[in-house]
Design a protein around this ligand. Structure first.
Ligand SMILES: [Zn+2]
Length: 240
């Protein structure tokens, strides 16, 4: 991944990216279950409390397995070694995905679980790029299989507006904007964390009150999350 050293990195360890509580640990964004080894250098890391870090790991595994089935087919062996291992070690997940297969060969997606995982990813990526926690922002999630998007829909999804407001001084996104302007190359917002596994972009072109985080996961799913300033947010903190 492109190496950018913002001034906010030390602050990122001072709060939980999702609930702004005391951070007990550091969280990779995306979780490593979405990536293959060898992992890329400079993976995004944010501070997280234990509940926000660990609360979603079962759901993250589910989504990673779901996308693998969507990419390879339920009857075929998963291409990703990590998912092959999960399938071996956790037959309950395989059984659950098997039960979700429709007679037409489609998968009935557990919408809420996917939504929670995508929300967590978006909050982590936003925090990483901007250097602020997201607990005061409400998340509005949309996701679609890329295969179902028309060319126009896909173009619209991939388009990121150049920021009309500047992100916070010293944030990762601010540095990218300035470097892009300085080199006369424009602004390249899509970050490829690992090719064909995970890419994302943060779009703050719409103004200061909201931001959009877009992700392409496993070259299968196009997800976007609007993070909207709210007096009554639901940080998506997961308790079990
Ligand atoms: Zn937390």
């Amino acid at each position: 991944m492109e190496q950018v050293r913002p001034f906010v990195d030390e602050r990122l360890g001072c709060f939980c990216y999702a609930c702004n509580g005391a951070p007990a640990t550091r969280d990779h964004v995306p979780a490593k279950v979405f990536l293959d080894e060898p992992f890329p250098d400079n993976l995004p890391i944010v501070g997280a409390c234990r509940a926000c870090n660990e609360g979603a790991s079962i759901d993250e595994e589910y989504v990673a397995c779901l996308l693998e089935v969507a990419a390879c087919g339920f009857r075929n062996e998963p291409e990703r070694p990590k998912i092959r291992r999960i399938f071996r070690e956790r037959p309950a997940i395989v059984a659950r995905l098997g039960r979700a297969m429709t007679p037409e060969g489609c998968i009935a997606v557990e919408h809420e679980r996917v939504q929670q995982v995508i929300t967590k990813l978006a909050r982590g990526l936003w925090s990483y790029e901007i250097g602020e926690p997201t607990e005061l922002m409400k998340a509005e999630v949309r996701f679609n299989p890329i295969a179902t998007l028309s060319d126009d829909d896909l173009d619209a999804f991939l388009a990121i507006s150049a920021p009309t407001i500047f992100p916070e001084v010293g944030s990762r996104l601010m540095i990218k904007v300035i470097e892009g302007l300085g080199e006369g190359q424009g602004f390249h917002p899509w970050q490829i964390v690992q090719p064909s596994r995970f890419s994302y972009a943060v779009d703050i072109g719409g103004g200061g009150a909201s931001a959009r985080v877009k992700m392409i996961i496993r070259d299968v799913l196009a997800a976007e999350v609007d993070l909207v300033a709210s007096s009554n947010p639901d940080p998506g903190r997961i308790t079990r």
